[in-house]
Design a protein around this ligand. Structure first.
Ligand code: HEC
Ligand code: HEC
Ligand code: HEC
Ligand code: HEC
Ligand code: HEC
Ligand code: HEC
Ligand code: HEC
Ligand code: HEC
Ligand code: HEC
Ligand code: HEC
Ligand code: HEC
Length: 486
């Protein structure tokens, strides 16, 4: 008996609940009629987040949602607006989405800044037709069947983003009308990157268009405020790549940013704001996979260090490194923590890079050559330092050293050239450059020494003349006194 009552009560309450739910949905006559005539919009609307909040077709289209009389429901008098076009579409969305009070009414706490951001973004500009924005809210979110953005069915869910942006950005005809110089290969290239490959497999975590560019607030890549502007790139990438928790499952290091910001490149870009220094994307590409392999690293570095790359490519190391799968350039310089190169890198001492591979029992000439290169460059270095000291000494003594100063610049240049020439890993070529420098330093030394010599010579000369003149003056004085006494 008791059981029966409980079951009955349960039945009663569930019927009440069910009925209520049905009631809420079915009070929208627009939806009811449209569903009954099999409209796609009504069908899509069943899973729409707005439907679940009790929002009616009339909240976007206007009209009277309480009557089942089609003419009355969809009459101008009842405020029916028909199908919105152009900016009227976005206006219909922002009636709520840019209105905190309205959103609060629905118990929502999501941001209400989408329109403000969109209006100021690249996409908020006027479209070719001159009467509306390039994009409307529905361009990325659709009009019906809108779900929460973290629902995998959303067109703005990470794995669907490339297709959503690609609708326009992969369409050359459409894009040419706006900016013929803008590439349309972003999605295609993106698909070749680790990010894009994982994204295509359904992994939402790797970067997609929005992680690097933003969503409502996308700016031109040339805008210094853009997330992809060179000085902002490292922090855009490190948002994920320095987050050990986020990156845990991938088992790759998360120290790239920490190292990069201590490197010559990082210091130049982030502290000196020198945008000729590479940001992450200069080496890794914007969209595609760069570098695709260890044999092409020198090409990447070579976009800026052209001479080093050229010399390296024709050096004995090119083949040797590629065969042994040793990354080019970065084997000696590292990739993220590249520091200022000094002579210490060269040679066969403990901290020299050459000694990592070339040992005293080296069957190739590598060890010998490394040792000799180091001696050569050290001697050029110390000659230059000596010369510099001599020339400055002469200068301080007031001697004319314009020519020597000029040559000193040549010597400095030769030293810089020889640092680059290291990358030929060819003794003859290297020696030729160093010897050119040494020849100049010898000349400078001779000139500076001559100037200093001249200075002392003149000083002694001056002393002697002063003595002679004083002596003569004394004689004259004595002579005059004798004449006066007479
Ligand atoms: C009794 C049925 C019925 C009701 C109630 C009704 N509609 Fe319709 N509606 C239709 C039919 C049928 C069509 C398609 C024929 C047409 O285009 O006139 C239509 C067309 C539309 C269109 C497309 C118009 C166009 O120009 O393409 C919109 C938008 C629309 N309805 C919205 C609404 C809204 C909003 C409400 C509630 C305020 C509503 N409807 C109420 C039956 C209904
Ligand atoms: C969140 C706002 C919103 C809601 C809610 C909404 N619509 Fe729409 N609807 C739009 C927008 C915006 C368009 C214009 C779409 C476009 O230009 O592609 C549209 C277009 C339409 C069209 C014309 C489709 C066409 O291809 O021409 C119909 C019909 C329609 N809506 C019916 C409905 C019905 C029925 C409902 C309720 C079940 C509904 N809409 C709810 C925003 C909304
Ligand atoms: C260029 C594509 C694009 C356009 C246009 C766009 N959105 Fe979004 N929207 C997104 C993406 C992508 C997200 C995912 C969340 C994120 O990363 O910001 C999003 C998220 C949202 C959210 C979830 C809350 C939030 O801010 O993250 C709302 C609400 C929203 N958009 C509303 C709008 C409205 C309203 C408009 C028109 C004023 C609009 N969107 C225009 C791409 C777009
Ligand atoms: C009548 C008010 C109203 C209108 C009009 C409206 N929305 Fe919404 N929208 C809401 C509410 C309420 C939510 C639920 C927010 C929440 O869950 O916190 C929502 C949710 C969303 C979401 C999902 C946000 C999330 O949390 O992931 C998107 C996207 C969205 N709306 C886009 C649009 C677009 C596009 C239009 C115009 C075509 C539009 N909305 C028109 C009130 C509205
Ligand atoms: C890993 C970060 C990242 C991802 C993911 C990404 N971009 Fe980019 N995007 C960049 C960078 C960096 C630039 C170039 C900035 C510069 O040239 O200074 C750029 C440039 C652009 C440009 C300007 C034209 C060009 O090609 O140089 C467009 C348009 C663009 N991206 C669209 C997209 C689209 C669409 C997607 C998704 C398929 C996407 N981006 C994914 C980082 C990214
Ligand atoms: C309706 C088509 C359309 C959609 C969808 C679209 N864009 Fe655009 N986008 C454009 C147009 C048009 C421009 C402006 C080109 C110009 O004037 O230089 C542009 C500009 C850009 C730029 C700036 C390029 C520059 O000049 O530096 C970026 C970055 C960009 N879009 C990224 C995205 C991303 C990311 C998405 C997806 C979330 C997206 N776009 C979706 C049409 C679209
Ligand atoms: C939204 C988070 C996110 C952002 C932003 C992001 N990445 Fe990634 N990235 C990932 C994830 C996740 C992987 C996958 C790791 C894996 O498979 O090894 C990845 C992989 C990579 C890889 C390949 C690593 C490997 O396995 O060899 C490189 C290189 C890379 N990202 C560089 C960048 C650069 C450069 C930027 C900025 C322009 C950037 N990423 C921005 C999340 C991100
Ligand atoms: C001077 C060029 C250069 C710069 C700048 C650079 N990288 Fe790298 N990065 C490399 C090279 C080279 C590799 C090794 C690639 C390989 O083995 O295929 C690498 C490897 C990676 C990897 C794979 C995992 C690892 O650590 O080996 C990630 C992720 C990565 N870089 C992210 C970044 C991020 C984020 C930045 C900016 C903070 C950045 N890189 C700046 C050249 C660079
Ligand atoms: C986008 C251009 C660019 C790319 C790509 C680039 N560099 Fe650099 N690199 C620079 C600039 C600019 C400096 C000077 C920074 C400064 O002001 O100190 C520099 C400095 C250096 C130095 C220190 C030079 C010195 O005088 O001691 C080394 C070593 C170096 N880079 C190696 C590399 C390697 C290896 C790669 C590839 C993995 C690479 N660079 C990629 C632009 C680049
Ligand atoms: C076998 C080791 C090794 C490899 C491989 C190597 N370097 Fe170097 N690099 C050195 C040494 C040693 C120096 C320091 C020379 C000095 O200052 O005495 C140096 C100096 C430099 C400098 C500063 C001097 C200058 O030319 O301005 C740059 C830049 C540089 N390397 C770039 C590169 C690039 C780019 C690559 C790849 C194409 C590369 N290096 C490959 C060992 C190497
Ligand atoms: C990562 C290992 C590695 C490093 C570091 C390295 N080398 Fe080598 N080097 C090699 C290999 C491997 C060969 C090829 C040897 C062979 O063919 O037997 C080679 C060949 C040479 C050769 C040509 C030898 C011949 O027989 O003609 C010279 C010269 C040379 N290296 C100089 C240097 C100098 C200078 C440095 C330091 C700046 C250096 N190497 C750093 C691995 C390295």
């Amino acid at each position: 008996m008791k059981k029966k009552i409980i079951i009955l009560t349960l039945f009663f309450f569930s019927a009440l609940l069910f009925g209520q739910k049905k009631n809420e949905a079915s009070s929208d006559q627009c939806f009811i009629c449209h569903e009954s005539v099999g409209s796609t919009e009504a069908d899509l609307y069943k899973k729409d987040i707005h439907f679940s909040k009790g929002i009616s077709c009339a909240d976007c289209h206007g009209g009277n949602s309480q009557t089942d009389d089609m003419d009355k429901a969809m009459s101008k008098a009842a405020g029916y607006k028909g199908v919105p076009k152009g900016n009227a579409i976005t206006q219909s969305c922002i009636r709520c989405h840019a209105n905190p009070a309205m959103m609060k009414k629905y118990g929502s706490k999501i941001p209400t800044n989408q329109y403000a951001n969109l209006k100021n973004s690249v996409h908020g500009r006027l479209a070719i037709n001159g009467s509306e924005m390039i994009v409307q809210c529905i361009t990325c979110h659709n009009a019906h069947g809108i779900v929460a953005v973290d629902n995998p069915a959303s067109p703005v869910y990470p794995t669907n983003i490339p297709a959503t942006c690609g609708k326009c950005h992969s369409d050359p005809v459409f894009m040419r009308a706006y900016n013929p110089a803008l590439p349309v290969d972003q999605v295609q290239k993106y698909r070749t990157s680790v990010h894009g490959i994982r994204n295509a497999k359904g992994d939402p975590k790797p970067a997609q268009c929005v992680s690097c560019h933003g969503s409502h607030d996308i700016l031109s890549v040339k805008d210094p405020r853009a997330r992809v502007y060179p000085t902002n790139i490292p922090s855009t990438c490190s948002h994920c790549h320095s987050n050990a928790e986020y990156m845990k499952q991938y088992k790759i290091p998360t120290d790239q940013f920490a190292n990069y910001s201590k490197s010559v490149h990082g210091i130049a870009l982030l502290q000196k704001h020198d945008i000729s220094a590479p940001a992450c994307n200069s080496c890794h590409g914007n969209h595609g996979a760069t570098p695709p392999g260890i044999e092409s690293i020198s090409e990447v570095c070579g976009t800026c260090h052209a001479l080093n790359a050229e010399l390296f490519s024709s050096s004995p190391h090119k083949k040797a490194f590629d065969e042994r799968k040793l990354p080019e350039c970065t084997t000696c310089h590292s990739n993220h923590l590249i520091i200022t190169a000094t002579n210490k890198l060269l040679g066969v001492s403990q901290d020299a890079v050459c000694s990592k591979c070339h040992k005293p029992n080296d069957p190739s000439k590598g060890y010998m050559v490394a040792k000799e290169m180091k001696q050569m460059i050290d001697s050029l270095d110390s000659s230059e330092k000596n010369d510099s000291a001599l020339v400055h000494e002469a200068e301080q003594k007031g001697m004319e050293v314009g020519d020597a100063l000029f040559k000193l610049r040549d010597a400095h240049q030769a030293r810089l050239e020889s640092r680059t020439m290291v990358h030929s890993f060819n003794e003859a070529k290297f020696n030729e450059t160093v010897n050119k420098g040494l020849k100049v330093t010898t000349e400078v030394k001779t000139e500076a020494e001559a100037a200093i010599h001249e200075y002392y010579f003149r000083r002694i000369g001056l002393g002697i003349s002063v003595l002679i003149i004083s002596f003569l003056a004394l004689l004259l004085y004595l002579y005059i006194r004798r004449l006066e006494r007479k």
